[in-house]
Design a protein around this ligand. Structure first.
Ligand SMILES: C[S@@+](CC[C@H](N)C(=O)[O-])C[C@H]1O[C@@H](n2cnc3c(N)ncnc32)[C@H](O)[C@@H]1O
Length: 271
């Protein structure tokens, strides 16, 4: 898209996005919450239809994993969506009836969640742990595309925090980017991801995990709202995860490409 047109559209988003949302509701009959453009944009889901459909698909992957690994009914569980954004996946868990909580480093996302889902405990967290929860507060935590953006040391710190807040025997479900995502990054043309064009599968096998900070990190307060540490793209070899993520956890399974043939699903059980 022409840069001038793009600038104009972004400057006038407050006018046309509510119209787009109303038009979408009329066309589709959708009655559920639809977040405003600035919240959808932050999580890479500008398109309303994509926001709703990908949310339902990604919810299904987490839900199926819970059906495989959790014997209790979902309505009996306390579940945290860590890095919930504007509830793309969270909203699909509501009919299952668990006690839901959500956190995100982005205060604008939490502001939206308070407004759209007042019954859900939603809290803005800092870039580094801890979360304001008791030890062993949750039966399950899930996180979609959060570890895919964190530098190595923060990945470890947040994994340790998940270990603290999850009950013994509880599940932590995390999406990661593996070889399928690496191929897309290598072949893609997003200027923010050009570091990945020369990274081979062999490089990932040798290094286990690779992280590159976004070149524009620190230059766009809206896009990186709430993030004081580094932010970029992280890719993991599943074998590295099996070796490195088992302190206090059993790695139950890693399903490559589980999320729309793009991100992998990692299922951990707290020992
Ligand atoms: C790609 S978005 C995914 C959002 C949501 N999970 C979804 O699937 O729609 C990544 C989210 O992780 C959040 N995030 C990044 N670092 C975080 C951190 N240290 N703690 C909590 N949330 C974080 C971002 O603010 C953003 O909302």
């Amino acid at each position: 898209m022409n840069q001038g047109v793009k600038k104009f559209l972004l400057a006038t988003v407050g006018v046309w996005d509510p119209i787009w949302i109303q038009w979408y509701r009329l066309k589709s009959g959708e009655k559920g919450p639809i977040p405003p453009f600035k919240n959808r944009d932050r999580i890479g889901a500008r398109d309303i239809d994509w926001f709703l459909r990908s949310g339902a698909a990604d919810y299904r992957v987490f839900r199926d994993a819970l059906d495989r690994w959790e014997e209790r009914d979902l309505a009996a569980l306390s579940i945290l969506d860590f890095g919930a954004g504007c509830g793309r996946i969270l909203q699909h868990f509501i009919p299952d009836g668990p006690a839901l909580a959500a956190t995100d480093v982005d205060p604008t996302a939490i502001e939206y969640l308070h407004h759209a889902f007042p019954a859900i405990t939603s809290i803005a967290n800092q870039s580094r742990p801890p979360l304001p929860f008791k030890a062993e507060q949750f039966d399950c935590v899930y996180a979609f595309s959060v570890w895919t953006h964190l530098p190595g040391e923060l990945q470890d710190e947040w994994l340790a925090e998940m270990r603290r807040i999850i009950k013994a025997g509880g599940l932590v479900l995390i999406s990661t980017m593996g070889y399928r995502a690496l191929k897309l990054l290598r072949e893609g043309n997003n200027p923010l991801e050009s570091d990945w064009h020369t990274i081979s599968d062999e490089d990932l096998r040798a290094r286990g995990a690779i992280y590159y900070e976004y070149p524009i990190f620190g230059q766009d307060d809206e896009l990186f709202s709430g993030i004081s540490a580094s932010y970029g793209v992280a890719v993991h070899d599943p074998n590295f995860i099996r070796r490195a993520w088992n302190d206090g956890f059993e790695v139950l399974e890693i399903v490559e490409g589980a999320f729309r043939e793009h991100q992998d699903l990692v299922v951990l059980r707290r020992s």
